[in-house]
Design a binder for this molecule. Structure first.
Ligand code: SF4
Length: 62
């Protein structure tokens, strides 16, 4: 699973609130995702985070 954060991210941190082990808003106010080691068991949470992102900035590949 690959998580891509698009330029639309405004850094509000909804994604981080859902999965702080995966998403982190950096000092520039932009979310970064650590997708290493994620399995299909994590997919539901990540899809939920993507659906809750106010700017639809999170894209999931594979
Ligand atoms: S929820 Fe969306 S806009 Fe907010 S920090 Fe995460 S990726 Fe960025």
């Amino acid at each position: 699973m690959k998580i891509i954060i698009g330029d639309a991210c405004t850094g509000f941190g909804v994604c981080e609130g859902i999965r702080p082990d995966v998403f982190e808003v950096n000092d520039e106010g932009f979310a970064e995702a650590t997708d290493e080691g994620l399995t299909d068991a994590d997919r539901e949470d990540i899809e939920y985070a993507a659906s809750q992102c106010p700017t639809q900035a999170i894209r999931i590949e594979n």
